[in-house]
Structures are given as C-alpha cells and as structure tokens.
Design a protein around this ligand. Structure first.
Ligand SMILES: Cc1ncc(COP(=O)(O)O)c(C=O)c1O
Length: 439
C-alpha cells in the first residue's frame, strides 16, 4: 500500500479546510493506534517510531502502568481544579519529583499543563524571588510558543518570525556549538563559551538586574547540540557568584533521554529550578517546575496556578512513569544500551555518507547533522527533507531539528527492542543512501 494511503489523504483534505496551516505535521499520515515503539495509520500501515511524539513516549506508547493508572483514576474523579479542591496525586507526584531531581536540598514542585507553561512559571518564580527583571537565554534554544517562551527561544524560524514584538528584558548568549564554532576545538571551549556571560554583563545587562539564566543541558530543537563538559559547571559558578538563578530546561532531555534520569546529572550541576514535561506523564499533558523550596515559595498566595494545572489523570500517569524509573534501574540501562547501538551505527553511517557532517549523541539522544558534501559550513535542509521523506514512506517516523531542519534526531522510546531498533536504523541507512544519490 502506498504511503500516505487514501484514508490519510482524505483526512488531510478535511484538515486543510478547518485547521490553520501554521500547525505543521512532520508526516502526512493519520494515526489509528500505537503501542510500544510501533504505530499504525488509518490505512493499516505500520511504522517504527523514532519521534515518540517529540520525546514524550520515552517509556513507549501506552505503557501498561500508565494505562492502568489512568483507567483507575477515570472511575474516581476527572477534575476539581487544584485551585478549588486539592487531591493526593498532586502531592504524591511532587514528593517523587523532589526526590529524583538533582540536589539533596529541600525542594518543592508546581504542576502545570505544558512545557511552555513550566518555563513561564519558572521565570515568574525567579523574578519574584530575585526581584530582578532580566532573563538570559541561549541561541539555538527552544522554550515554547507562548509570548515569553518564544522570546526566550533562540531560533527565529519558524518560532518567532512575524509574531513580534517580543517580551522585554530577555537577552541571548551564543550556545556552545563544538561542531560549528571555530573555537570549538579549544580545550577549555566550554569555559570560554560560559564566560561570554561576563561580556554580556558589561555590554547588555548588568548582573544585578538578571533574575535567571535558562539553559537546555543539550539543545533539543536547536539540533541536539551537546555542550562541552566544562560549560554547565562554569555557568553554574558564574550565576552563583552573581546571585542569579540557574534554570535547567530538561523538558526534552529528561526521563532517560540522555541515558540518565536528567541530563544535568552528566555535568553534576544542581540547578536552582528545573522545568520538566514531555515524558513526565507518558503521553498526558503535564509539566512541572521543581526547585529549591525557598525559591519556589517566593510568589505570593494565589500567584501560581491555573484551571487545569495538575490535572488528576495526568498526575496519576506521571506517578506511574516516575515510579517505573524509581523501581526499575533496567530502564536507564536500556536507554544507554540503545544509545550505544545508535552511536555505533551512526559512526558507521558517517564513514559511508559524506552528507553527514557530524554524528553525535549522549545516550539515546543522538543526531546526524547533514551538510552539502561534507562541507560543515553548508547545512543541508534538503538532505534532511529527503531523508525524513524516504524514512516515513518506508515505515519509519523521524524528526528533524537544527536551524535549517538539517539534523536528524532520535527520540525513540527507550523500551524499543534491538530488532525494532535495527529495523529502524536499516531504513535510515537506506534513506541516507537514497538522499546521497539525489544530491
Ligand atoms: C527544551 C524545551 N523546552 C520547552 C518546550 C515547550 O514544551 P511544550 O511544547 O510542551 O510547550 C519544548 C518542546 O519541545 C522543549 O523541547
């Protein structure tokens, strides 16, 4: 059967009539059902999933514990609003999140509905605590699509273009990019990159006006860019010295994506505030800000919340996810095994295909940066488009990232079997061969 099949095509016509074009789809097929690392479309085609709903399905589609927790909750209550009538799952998930996030200090957690809302709230909390206005973010970053989070985002197309004016008091620093920055080979490159903050204090905004620096430990949408090991510790030291809060945005990197529960663990930093979402609740919309208790308590009574903030169904799903990680260390071991297999295959692809400028990864968060004939200066969005098109036409759902959408990234469930993983990687191999021939 051809992909997309007739049912998907018909649905796409209906969609075009009533849904705005600004909402993009990585693939033009409509899903019928999904389980584990597999998806079936409305025409009966099967796909392997290397996208996981943009990093939401780290535990696979419909993990048994999550489905069971939701089913049980369905028979109790669906919504009372936490601002009206509280419920135990909110407290239990807060306890669990505070226990598993980096840092042994006292913490508190706030639940909201989306990653963007988590970032918004982290900024509100940081401003309330420090009584300072400015926020420093990074180029290549993605923090969401609301006015403030799009302002923080360091990727103009498609996230900011045409939506200005942006929110005030947001400044950007270059995110370290070892592959692209001419200084990237320098031994202390991470420190050099973090020290650019000191220059920003001199030229753009004095340190005593800065509430927080927000950083992704690995840049997700920006192209799965892995900063050097010395970058985050240096950033932590500078922020601490100036009374500036460090917010780690672990929305894409959390819950095993980099082989550890949180990516901050690789560098040993303890952020003051952390934002989490995506794989937190196995497919239900839930996000959180977790941080030092005295900072989280800065906003006044009634200053935080939202009608759906911490929906009971999403919370019990989150408890099931966090419990799974707490009780089964095999999940993170499997994440690292998957990472090892992917890196080995990616290195082999790089040797064979000159369109791959860089193959990198940290655990199962891996990427192939595609360029024009091995020329690092020329990112190839066309190669990215050809590879992902071939992949989905042959049964593999892939996502791209990077400024030119030229980076193939892996966000597969970390419960994938070796057979499924190699099946997907074989399709990717053929996709790279096909794109190389066409370019
Ligand atoms: C690092 C990061 N921050 C924030 C967000 C925004 O999350 P949401 O789409 O749930 O608003 C994302 C989403 O991709 C993300 O990757």
């Amino acid at each position: 059967m051809s992909i997309p099949g007739p049912r998907s095509i018909a649905l796409m016509h209906r969609r075009e009539a009533v849904v705005p074009r600004g909402l993009s789809h990585a693939t033009p097929i409509f899903v019928e059902r999904a389980q584990g690392a597999e998806i079936w479309d409305v025409d009966g085609n099967r796909y392997l999933d290397f996208a996981g709903g943009i990093g939401v399905q780290n535990l696979g589609h419909r993990p048994r514990a999550v489905v069971q927790a939701i089913s049980e909750q369905l028979d109790k209550y669906l919504h009372t609003s936490i601002n009206v009538l509280p419920y135990e799952p909110y407290v239990e998930l807060a306890e669990r999140l505070c226990a598993i996030t980096p840092g042994t200090f006292a913490k508190k957690a706030l639940f909201i509905n989306s990653g963007a809302e988590a970032v918004e709230n982290a900024v509100k909390i940081a401003r309330s605590y420090t009584k300072r206005p400015a926020i420093i973010a990074f180029t290549y970053s993605f923090h969401g699509r609301t006015l403030l989070t799009m302002t923080l985002t360091g990727k103009a197309q498609p996230y900011r273009a045409g939506f200005g004016p942006m929110a005030p008091e947001v400044y950007h620093l270059p995110y370290p990019n070892p592959y692209r920055d001419p200084l990237g080979d320098q031994a202390n490159y991470g420190e050099v990159a973090a020290d650019r903050l000191l220059e920003l204090f001199r030229t753009e905004v004095p340190a005593d006006q800065v509430a927080a620096v927000i950083v992704e430990p690995v840049a997700g949408e920006g192209g799965f860019i892995i900063p050097p090991d010395d970058f985050l510790p240096r950033l932590r030291a500078i922020t601490e010295r100036h009374g500036i809060l460090l917010i780690a945005d672990e929305i894409q990197t959390g819950f095993g994506r980099t082989g550890t529960l949180f990516a901050s663990e690789h560098s040993g930093i303890e952020p003051d505030l952390m934002t989490v979402a995506k794989s937190l609740a196995g497919g239900l919309p839930l996000a959180a800000v977790v941080g030092r208790s005295h900072i989280m308590d800065a906003p006044h009574l009634g200053g935080l919340g939202g009608t759906y903030a911490g929906n009971p169904l999403a919370l019990v799903a989150g408890i099931a996810v966090v419990k799974s990680f707490q009780e089964d260390p095999g999940i993170l071991m499997r994440a690292r095994e998957i990472g090892d297999i992917v890196h080995e295959r990616f290195q082999e692809f790089k040797r064979r295909y000159p369109i791959i400028g860089d193959a990198r990864g940290i655990g199962p968060m891996a990427a192939l940066e595609l360029v024009e004939s091995g020329d690092a200066a020329n990112p190839s969005g066309r190669a990215g488009a050809l590879v992902s098109q071939y992949a989905f036409e042959h049964g593999l759902i892939l996502m791209r990232a990077g400024m030119e959408s030229h980076v193939i990234r892996t966000l597969m469930p970390i419960v994938m079997t070796n057979a499924e993983l190699h099946e997907g990687l074989d399709i990717l191999d053929h996709a790279l061969l096909d794109a190389s021939r066409q370019l």
